[in-house]
Design a protein around this ligand. Structure first.
Ligand code: GDP
Length: 180
């Protein structure tokens, strides 16, 4: 089972270890994705300053994870993560049609943040193992991804639970950030 570390070995062109930021609404599957990417070698720093955040630092890469869509007061702390961010992994719960517009709002706010200007965006349409979930093209439409013209972006359907689709997305992303 190939993990992120195996994939990274194919890329020699990084100036520094990639710093990835996983964002999404609560329950989207971010923690499950984190475990999948890290192959369980996680240093969980737990909740930080009332922010539901986790960090893994592993030889080769760092991943920060946090919920978005929380209280306004904690937003000020996000910028701490934005500063060092090389790529955004935006996780969408494809089984949760009811919260897609909330996802869209949060994504728009992210893309408008000056600190995240030009940072490549990988959208994961997660929980693709469940029946009747939103298709990739429906999510693309509802999140208005085709309107994004100031950065590289792509969308991959995945199941963080089953481990499908994740490395395909990461391959795309690493291509983008390794040739910067
Ligand atoms: P987070 O709040 O974004 O960190 O979400 P979690 O990773 O804690 O996942 C929230 C819930 O969704 C948990 O019950 C997970 O087991 C479940 N989940 C996460 N990814 C998947 C997936 O790909 N498929 C399915 N069926 N469930 C998932």
């Amino acid at each position: 089972n190939m993990g992120l570390l195996d994939l990274l070995k194919n890329y020699k062109k990084f100036e520094k270890n990639p710093n990835l930021l996983i964002l999404g609404l609560d329950n989207a599957g971010k923690t499950t994705l984190l475990y999948n990417l890290s192959q369980e070698k996680i240093i969980d720093q737990g909740p930080t300053k009332g922010l539901n955040a986790k960090t893994i630092i592993q030889e080769g890469f760092t991943i920060n994870v946090t919920d978005i869509g929380g209280q306004k007061e904690i937003r000020q702390y996000w910028s701490y993560y934005y500063d060092e961010c090389d790529a955004i992994l935006f996780v969408v719960d494809a089984a949760d049609d009811a919260r897609i517009s909330e996802c869209n709002e949060q994504l728009k706010a992210l893309l408008n943040d000056p600190k995240l200007k030009k940072v490549p965006l990988l959208v994961y349409a997660n929980k693709s193992d469940l029946p009747g979930v939103l298709e990739a093209d429906e999510i693309m439409e509802k999140l208005e991804l085709n309107d994004i013209n100031d950065r590289d972006w792509s969308l991959y359907a995945c199941s963080a639970l089953k481990g499908t689709g994740i490395m395909e997305g990461m391959k795309w992303l690493l291509e983008k950030i390794s040739t910067k």
